[in-house]
Design a protein around this ligand. Sequence first.
Ligand code: NAP
Length: 255
Amino acid sequence: MENMFDLTGKVTIVTGSTKGIGKAIALQMALHGASVVVSSRKEDACEAVTNEINEAVGEGKGKAISIPCHIGYKEQLQSLVDETRNRLGSVDILVCNAAVNPYYGSMADIPDSAFEKIMDCNVKSNHWLCQMVLPEMVERNDGVILIVSSVGGLHGSTVLGTYAISKAADMQLARNIAVEYGPHNIRANAIAPGLIRTDFARALWENPETLKASTANASLRRIGEPEEIGGVAVFLASRAGSFMTGQTVVVDGGR
Ligand code: NAP
């Protein structure tokens, strides 16, 4: 009997995978047999998480390697892809997870530099990475792309407007790839998490009162944990999700 969630032999890049959601995705993928590339701006953090994942997986099928990369620089993204191919042979699954949000407040006041940084890191870098891996996936007639978006991309915001615009664009990037590359057996989906317990969202959950307000409208009345996104990523990347493409999967406790 085949395990439909098995990722044995699949090489996976996860951007921003030393903490939070990206780390949970990398760990779950490795536990399901994938070889994963742990990546973030900080080399020491990449090494530490790589060791942690390899210890957790043990002598199993999956393993982790470390390749630091700042997603804001095209040459670093190209090195991430090139080095992955050199060391692991291919890129079968790409997870565009890293993102930034340097601004909180009205769109009236956002500096151009902050607007550009959000669009560059959250949209353009994902577009570039996809461009870099898609030709190989076409040649192989197989590939999976996951883009970590946000429920923020599904509605307007008075304080996180530009971030929300970037996350809506990520959903559309997945849809466009699905349509353009589906005939080559390449699937692309976005994951839209609600509030998840990570450093990125700390301001929304650290204070008990804020947490209560943040989760009051969620059916499950609680915040999500990073591994709850990791499981969804394994599903979408594996044969279990093989007829799903172009979708945005909302994972928000029923909010
Ligand atoms: P997190 O815990 O702060 O982790 C962010 C990761 O990205 C870290 O590994 C960080 O490592 C890396 N990173 C940050 N800037 C980077 C850059 N410029 N280049 C490369 N790596 C970078 O954040 P998270 O909450 O897991 O967020 C992950 C994704 O989930 C993001 O796309 C975010 O928009 C989305 N999301 C989060 C929530 C939530 O509630 N947490 C909700 C919806 C969507 P270094 O600092 O070492 O680079």
